[in-house]
Design a protein around this ligand. Structure first.
Ligand SMILES: Nc1ncnc2c1ncn2[C@@H]1O[C@H](COP(=O)(O)OP(=O)(O)OP(=O)(O)O)[C@@H](O)[C@H]1O
Ligand SMILES: Nc1ncnc2c1ncn2[C@@H]1O[C@H](COP(=O)(O)OP(=O)(O)OP(=O)(O)O)[C@@H](O)[C@H]1O
Ligand SMILES: [Mg+2]
Ligand SMILES: [Mg+2]
Lengths: 255, 255
């Protein structure tokens, strides 16, 4: 079981869109995949057609009030399961902060679960913040996938997320956490800005940047309003193709 | 002095772009304006060409280690000043949480400052979160301006920010806080999604939605990489015109 945190503190860069559609593409390839929605906004959950059920999130297991097994919810897509988000998760940041090992709660839960889990991949959709939920995700993950919108602020923020990952590593919360890769998202080939950002990132990070680029396409932003991953909403479109390609590239990188 | 929080917990909806460009347009109309960057990412600060200076943010005043007057930094634009952001602000969430009145620290500072402040408008650029910095901004503000990206997740999140504002009001932290208005951003007239979201919001919220719509234009996303508001980067473009119009409409609404 490989745990991948999909994280970037910059808002609106495509974390949820990538978590949901990459997970759907991995499931389609036959890999049992679990998405854990760590965002109080619960966008990943609504993208998968989840009907909100209070208390079904990771909140209670984080506070040791229930087992993670009870929160795993099937979706209508084969090989794809979900632990939904909920607004209460925002409150749990303050609650877990009182716990001495508050930074590694998720790590403890997932590492205990690892031996009996039926999943090949677990994707953690992170909220846009530098808070406790994101830190927990980075401490729990084997690797971090960083969606990067091809815009200036997102580029500026890349050193920050890299810095936070380094802090988690050196503080000993997760000494082995590695970068799975950087995925360029919302790429618009007509603008200089997209081309400059893509070139800049590849020059600095080389192979850490996935070859697959996710283009800006309105189908990707329409799919969540139908409660579906783009693979189910617009099966043959460019959004679906690029996430399928990303899934193939990710699997190949596992070596 | 009117304090306006520019807030929406959904990431990437145009909070910073609106704070910076609306402030620049208000300053151009002759209103002395202050932007306070409450985001550890400090995107508003870099958009105004600010050279990061450690310790210049609102962090120390929030912890009562210095006076707010010392953090006010001029920009190169007449009538426009800034209190910059910095990464340390992320740490201050945990630090202020230990303070019994941690939710109203910013309110206390700004209300004490109000009697001697030379500003007509103070804009608070909020981070994308439901954490302590955002709550402080909502508790301190006279009104809340909500940028709304014309996309599904942003629409879904609107009830959440409205709910949080209602909680702040009813908990007594800020009984008089009102909605300044909702501003539609990144509107793309070629897509059904933008039209549907705009229609949906106007049906539900009527006059609370500004008449001015901010279109998606690449000049707006290029301006920050030059450290300038769009009014200085692309003076006669559609981005500048729409923020000038928004500033006029905001001033007219003050009655
Ligand atoms: N490739 C794309 N093409 C077009 N629209 C996209 C694309 N990727 C994401 N979007 C849209 O852009 C917006 C932001 O994406 P998304 O919500 O996935 O980002 P996020 O990083 O998860 O945001 P947050 O920081 O709030 O969690 C959404 O409305 C989404 O539908
Ligand atoms: N009207 C617009 N047209 C084109 N691009 C825009 C527009 N408004 C904002 N952008 C770009 O979209 C991205 C998101 O905008 P911005 O950073 O202002 O949102 P935000 O809500 O402040 O994000 P965060 O949640 O991270 O604080 C930025 O790269 C910005 O340059
Ligand atoms: Mg998200
Ligand atoms: Mg911002």
């Amino acid at each position: 079981m490989k745990i991948i945190a999909v994280a970037n503190q910059k808002g609106g860069v495509g974390k949820t869109t990538t978590s949901v559609n990459l997970a759907a593409a991995l499931a389609e390839l036959g890999h049992a995949t679990l998405v854990i929605d760590l965002d109080p906004q619960a966008n990943a959950s609504s993208s998968l057609g989840n009907v909100p059920t209070p208390g079904q999130s990771i909140y209670q297991p984080l506070l040791n009030h229930s087992r993670i097994d009870e929160k795993i919810t099937p979706t209508e897509y084969p090989n794809l399961s979900l632990i939904p988000g909920e607004l209460d998760l925002a409150g749990c940041e303050v609650e877990i902060a009182r716990n001495p090992n508050h930074l590694v709660r998720l790590r403890e839960i997932l590492h205990e679960y690892r031996s009996r889990a039926p999943f090949r991949f677990v994707l953690l959709d992170c909220p846009p913040s530098l808070g406790i939920l994101m830190t927990n995700a980075l401490a729990a993950a084997d690797t971090v996938l960083i969606p990067l919108q091809c815009e200036y602020f997102a580029l500026e923020g890349l050193t920050k997320i890299m810095g936070v990952i380094e802090q988690i590593r050196s503080a000993g919360h997760n000494p082995d956490v590695a970068i799975e890769g950087v995925v360029l998202t919302m790429y618009d080939s007509r603008t200089n800005l997209s081309q400059q950002v893509a070139q800049d990132v590849r020059t600095h990070l080389g192979n850490q940047v996935f070859k697959t680029i996710i283009p800006r396409t309105v189908r990707l932003s329409e799919a969540p309003s139908h409660g579906k991953p783009v693979l189910a909403y617009d099966n043959s479109g460019i959004g679906s193709q690029s996430y399928r390609q990303l899934a193939k590239e990710l699997v190949e990188r596992q070596g």
